[in-house]
Design a protein around this ligand. Structure first.
Ligand SMILES: Nc1ncnc2c1ncn2[C@@H]1O[C@H](COP(=O)(O)OP(=O)(O)OP(=O)(O)O)[C@@H](O)[C@H]1O
Ligand SMILES: [Mg+2]
Length: 265
């Protein structure tokens, strides 16, 4: 199975001399759900830009779908949600922003409209479609940016903190979109709480921009020493059951935790 993204020896230094990522190797296989986690400033967003082909790394290289570097193929099959939703919304209306993807892909008008309507409905944007994006609240902007990325219906999604500004209701809607995505998902986040629900594998970026761990979600999420060293906290479920259950037994998702408690209480 060819990896969808295969990055070797990625290092990126910004023009002011800040080295954000150092000698990073990451290979993502088709259909994998991976979380790339790390403290603020560890280099996640820089890594996302490098993996998404949006910055040329200072060293190392990235190939896609088994060796291709063809920008056209990458553009059609891989979609990137940047951390700042403002980077996403550049048309005159929210509708045009969400329609941009399907238009780029040349989808027939009717299919494009259906896709936009379904996403607008899911993300509570139906009444906001004719507004200019800059007249949205922070959470609404984020939802609009998420909608515009999902509108591409790409094979591979690279999502940088998609939950940042949204409330609990839309956090669940976005989580459902992510878990329901029929393809590969890479989530970049500094908070581990949403990770168990989304990812099977977790990559930790250390404070120095190197990869500190790359393992099964349970192994990383219960490794308190590793998490403390890298400036992270275990998910709430792990904190809750700490010392009460062994690391192999701790329910990682809230749904599993609830089911466990229901059984014992
Ligand atoms: N345009 C830039 N020029 C110079 N340094 C930058 C630039 N963007 C980011 N950096 C620096 O690179 C390092 C990594 O930043 P990056 O944005 O990748 O971190 P991050 O892990 O995404 O953080 P956060 O959790 O806050 O989003 C930080 O030290 C940051 O200050
Ligand atoms: Mg970031």
């Amino acid at each position: 199975m060819e990896p969808v993204i295969d990055a070797r020896g990625l290092t990126h230094e910004y023009p002011d001399g800040t080295t954000a990522i150092r000698d990073v190797d990451v290979a993502i296989d088709p259909g994998e759900r991976v979380a790339i986690v790390g403290a603020n400033g560890s280099g996640k967003s820089t890594l996302q830009l490098a993996l998404g082909g949006l910055v040329e790394p200072s060293a190392g290289d990235v190939t896609y779908f088994g060796e291709t570097t063809d920008a056209e193929v990458v553009r059609e099959r891989l979609s990137v949600l940047l951390q700042d939703p403002e980077d996403y919304l550049f048309n005159t209306t929210v509708r045009e922003d969400i329609e941009y993807g399907p238009a780029q892909l040349g989808l027939p008008r009717e299919r494009a409209e259906r896709r936009v309507a379904a996403l607008a409905d899911e993300l509570g944007l139906a009444d906001l479609l004719d507004r200019p994006p800059f007249r949205l609240s922070g959470g609404e902007k984020q939802r609009a940016a998420v909608a515009s990325v999902f509108a591409f219906d790409p094979d591979v999604l690279l999502l940088d903190e998609p939950f940042g500004a949204v409330d609990a209701h839309y956090r669940e809607r976005i989580r459902d979109l992510v878990t329901g995505h029929d393809g590969t998902v890479v989530l970049f986040t500094p908070s581990l709480d949403a990770v168990p629900e989304i990812a099977d594998r977790v990559i930790v970026v250390g404070r120095d921009g190197t990869i500190a761990a790359d393992a099964a979600a349970r192994d990383v999420l219960t490794d308190r020493e590793l998490l403390a060293e890298t400036g992270l906290r275990p998910p709430v479920t792990v904190q809750l059951f700490e010392g009460l259950l062994t690391d192999d037994e701790i329910p990682l998702t809230t749904a599993d935790a609830r089911a466990y408690l229901r059984d014992v209480l």
